[in-house]
Design a binder for this molecule. Sequence first.
Ligand SMILES: [Ca+2]
Ligand SMILES: [Ca+2]
Ligand SMILES: [Ca+2]
Ligand SMILES: [Ca+2]
Length: 309
Amino acid sequence: MLRLTALAVALALVGLAGLASGADSAVTTKIVYHAKLRGNNEILVVPAAGGVPTRLTRHRASDSNPTWSADGSRIAFESNRRAQIRDRDADVYVMAANGTRVRQLTFSDAFDGDPAWSWLNRIAFESDRAGSSDIWAIDPDGTDEKQLTKSPAFDGDPAWSPDGSQIVFTSQRDNGDRELYVMNADGSAPRRLTNNPARDESPDWQPLPFDVSGHDACGDDSLAPGGASSIAALRMSCHRALKLAARWARAAAAGDPPARLGSLSCTTSTQPFALTVVDCTGEHRRPRDLAFVWRDPARTPAPVTDRSA
Ligand SMILES: [Ca+2]
Ligand SMILES: [Ca+2]
Ligand SMILES: [Ca+2]
Ligand SMILES: [Ca+2]
């Protein structure tokens, strides 16, 4: 539940700042969670500003562990509503943010659950269908299902990096003790983050400091040297947004971050974790909107290398 707590905090902060999505984000952002109602888990949402929770599921099975899509339009969750073969069977489901259009994504007779939805629209989850708990990933339409970890030990608890390029997870692969690991989104180049006799688990990657609801997520685009990433566009194409972000990044890398980009007026806010958020808004009768993250070149993380080989 650490992930949900962090998301809730992020959404609340975004609501206060009104970054990128306009001043109404404070009243529109919601927090999704599960609660045991009369002994049965259901998914609910509550406005971040406070208010009456709305129930999204009504099913006698256990519905739990919800996670938002990056654009806020859908929710993935875990449910054992089709568990007819094994007691421990559960599967990953997706529904619209209002609880309609429920769709089953996984169909193994083993456990599939604890989903995490990435900025790049990929859903990571935990499954023990291959004999031990492993991280798997699937597209929200149920295609391209892939096993990302293959250790005989426990691998679970997936959480995405803000740009969707990496996954942090928990594993007992090295010494039987739970440690945190990071791997690329395709399962390659795993590396251990912790190494101690304590039980290290429930990781959560610090989320993006702006609200992407209503935006197209244009993906990560490494705009050297510092790398701008996680570009979002509201009323312009991703193609155009990427070009504008690249232009801004080049100027910023040269030491002169511009306050304007064509007809866009840009603002920046420095975050306490080596990131600058750039937020550009159109003017006059043609409103446009662009937001992206600019990494501090001096503190760009080192590339992921495979230390497990
Ligand atoms: Ca239920
Ligand atoms: Ca299953
Ligand atoms: Ca495993
Ligand atoms: Ca440990």
